[in-house]
Design a protein around this ligand. Structure first.
Ligand SMILES: Nc1ncnc2c1ncn2[C@@H]1O[C@H](COP(=O)(O)OP(=O)(O)O)[C@@H](O)[C@H]1O
Ligand SMILES: [Mg+2]
Length: 290
């Protein structure tokens, strides 16, 4: 019987960004039938699939509980529901810091708590969020606006993170290192998102500028170590992680710092990778069927 793989997207982008087209073709070539389905489409039987791959479920941030309940209901999900539960809340950064991973300095501000504002520029962002939504950059003179943004997030039921703005991002962006089946595959750079007049993740800064990258050895090492720490915390093996994206920035002292470790539904940048990357991903999907 042909294996059936479903790639999970969302209503707005039922086939994601188009980045996986070559993966689906490569799966067909390898004898694996795959297609897209919207994760919250009640007419789709996700339990019948041999594998469901989280790919473009980008609308869950306002309803994480519902999303995680759905993840729990899918018997063969990658990455797994347990990984999604840990990784959809940026508090995981603090777990990684405790495990010794150098992260962008991060202060958690729970609902009802007040912030300890850093000197210089800083970012206030929700603990559950993606696509820069709700992430805003403030300067030292912006305390009132920052406090107002924090109040708005809290009023919306969202705890927040406060981080010093890493100035290298303005000139060099962040480097996203992509791992397939736990093995490094390729990397791309994402230019600074919080620029422009309002420096506001909900405003003028929207467009993502991505380019293929060859990561510096220090960034490569930092990404490998962050992934090692994550699998240790999660009690999984590297090959259990069908995909991982490690977003690294250069910190103010020149050393790499982890900005995000994306294990739930990261864009993987096949459009910016060597042409074999999508075949590597298809092979890793196929390996998960065994
Ligand atoms: N501490 C920071 N220093 C510099 N830039 C930041 C910082 N935090 C966020 N950003 C910018 O905001 C964007 C979105 O923040 P990020 O933490 O990646 O959350 P998400 O991608 O989940 O929305 C990043 O891609 C980066 O451009
Ligand atoms: Mg990000």
């Amino acid at each position: 019987m042909t294996a059936r793989v479903l790639f999970a997207g969302c209503r707005k982008l039922p086939e994601g960004s188009g980045d996986e087209h070559a993966v689906i073709r490569a799966l067909t070539d390898a004898g694996v039938e795959s297609r897209w389905a919207v994760w919250d489409d009640g007419d789709v039987d996700f339990t019948a699939a041999d594998l469901v791959v989280l790919r473009a479920t980008w609308d869950y941030s306002g309803r994480r509980d519902e999303f995680l309940a759905w993840c729990d209901s899918v018997p063969h999900l990658r990455n797994s529901a347990a990984v999604a539960r840990w990784n959809t809340d940026k508090r995981y950064l603090l777990d990684l810091a405790e495990a010794g991973v150098p992260i962008v300095p991060t202060d958690l501000v729970e609902i009802g708590d007040t912030a300890c504002w850093p000197d210089g520029e800083y970012v206030v962002k929700p603990v559950v969020g993606a696509g820069s939504l709700g992430a805003r950059r403030f300067g030292p003179g912006d305390r009132d606006r920052a406090a107002e943004h924090l109040r708005d997030l809290h009023a919306d039921g969202r705890a927040a993170l406060v981080q010093p703005y890493q100035a290298h991002v303005d000139a060099h962006g962040e480097t996203a290192l992509v791992f397939i089946g736990g093995v490094y595959s390729h990397a791309f750079t994402k230019a600074a998102m919080l620029t422009g007049v309002h420096r506001d993740g909900t405003g003028v800064s929207g467009a993502e500028k991505l380019t293929a990258a060859r990561p510096e050895p220090a960034h490569r090492r930092a990404a490998e170590e962050a992934l090692d720490a994550a699998i240790g915390l999660l009690g999984v093996t590297r090959s259990d992680l069908l995909y991982a994206r490690v977003d690294v920035v250069t910190g103010n002292d020149g050393a790499p710092l982890l900005l995000e470790l994306e294990l739930t539904e990261p864009y993987l940048g096949f459009a910016h990778a060597d042409s074999a990357a999508s075949s590597r991903f298809a092979a890793a999907v196929r390996a998960q069927l065994d």
